[in-house]
Design a protein around this ligand. Structure first.
Ligand SMILES: Cc1ncc(COP(=O)(O)O)c(C=O)c1O
Length: 387
């Protein structure tokens, strides 16, 4: 069965009510018929649910659907994308280990790596996006994991998954890929050799800006460690959020097709506009890693970004002039969103760190929604006129 069919058809066991849509198992704990069954379940001799911090049917349905889409052996869902990122570090890295991370990553992930991992004696080195040939020289005897996003947030650099995966295999490292921007519809990192894939399900998976959620999927042995860490520390996803997210996966494929086609049309039409210094979209031939994007992605995704010729002041005027697009701290919604990463999501980076990863003062990131493409274009053009 095709993964997109599985993402629609995998479901919780039907109850005696014979419901068509999965019911919501809004329960903290689960009952046992007798003491022996309860003992056996706690001893891992059955796979019954015990408590929703450990597992829940709605959460499992979401995980199974994501695993089908990603081609993953196993998974675990968390309360947010960041708890999935953090759990993958804490469960798999220990004191004295070294993490090799691409430098172009989401702002909160940067904070976890630079401000918190050192409290547990875990070292890190940032390696440059777009220069994967240089990464090997930074691998140390204690390096245990390579972490990256592709496309990166917010600069939309594309990292060569095949190349980095070969490097990880050569040095016996875990390759951990945040696949939030591409979604499994656009790219399946496990196909290229990734060991783990992370999602902020809050973004395209929900797709309507309603709930937070995260998923980590991949190798069974690694997921087991993550599960054991999460089951005791408690970043569990709520059954309600899992139910919402799981229903959303049924439409992920058709939504991403439209998000990507809207984004591609807008990127083509806006590239070369006199108020835009440069524009980046993975499937535009002008993208510096266009060939890699074409090799590993099925579409260019729903995001593009551009630098205004007038820098920071133009950026402010542009955002203030928008009438239809939303100014909000999210992406991957039905509604198109404009954001200014330097003053928001990546505001905690130093100026030098921002410059290093291409977050310039006039950088605008557009998360393209499902509105009619002409309406989105009109709003962007009229705002460009005013800045
Ligand atoms: C690439 C990426 N990874 C992880 C996250 C964190 O996800 P969440 O906000 O669900 O914790 C985000 C949030 O914007 C993101 O863009």
């Amino acid at each position: 069965m095709q993964p997109i069919t599985q993402a629609i058809r995998i479901r919780t066991n039907r109850t005696d009510e014979m419901e068509h849509s999965s019911p919501l198992f809004l329960t903290s704990s689960f009952c046992f018929d007798n003491a022996e069954e309860m003992r056996a379940t706690f001893a891992d001799e059955t796979d019954y649910n015990i408590y929703s911090r450990f597992s829940n049917p709605n959460v499992q349905e979401l995980v199974d659907r994501v695993c089908a889409l990603e081609g993953a052996e196993a998974g675990y869902a968390t309360a947010s994308g960041m708890s999935a990122v953090f759990a993958s570090f804490m469960a798999l890295l220990k004191q004295g280990d070294h993490l090799l991370s691409c430098n172009a990553i989401f702002g909160s992930t940067h904070t976890v790596i630079t401000k918190f991992l050192n409290k547990y004696g875990i070292e890190y080195t940032y390696v440059p996006a777009g220069k994967e040939d240089e990464w090997e020289q930074h691998i140390r005897p204690n390096t245990r994991m390579i972490y990256l996003e592709t496309p990166t947030n917010p600069g939309l650099d594309i990292i060569d998954l095949e190349k980095v995966s070969a490097l990880a295999k050569k040095h016996n490292l875990i390759l951990n890929v945040d696949n939030c921007f591409a979604t499994p519809i656009g790219q399946q990192p496990i196909q290229f050799g990734a060991d783990l894939v992370i999602h902020s399900a809050t973004k395209w998976m929900d797709g309507q800006g309603r709930v937070l959620g995260g998923v980590v999927a991949g190798r069974k042995d690694l997921i087991k460690e993550i599960y054991l860490f999460c089951r005791s520390t408690g970043p569990a996803l709520s059954p309600f959020n899992a139910w919402v997210l799981s229903k959303s996966l049924e439409t992920l494929d058709v939504r991403m097709e439209r998000h990507a086609s809207n984004a591609a049309q807008l990127a083509q039409k806006l590239e070369g506009h006199p108020k835009i210094a440069w524009l980046r979209y993975p499937f535009l031939p002008s993208h510096p890693q266009y060939a890699i994007a074409k090799k590993q992605m099925k579409n260019g995704g729903g995001l593009f970004c551009f630098e205004l010729t007038g820098g920071l002041e133009s950026g402010r005027k542009f955002l203030d002039a928008l009438q239809l697009l939303s100014l909000t701290a999210n992406l991957g919604d039905t509604r198109t969103i404009a954001s200014h990463p330097a003053s928001t999501t990546h505001g905690k980076l130093t100026e030098a760190e921002r410059q290093e990863v291409g977050i310039t003062p006039g950088l605008i990131r557009i998360s393209v929604g499902l509105e009619h493409v002409d309406d989105i274009l009109q709003d962007i053009l009229q705002a460009l006129d005013k800045c």
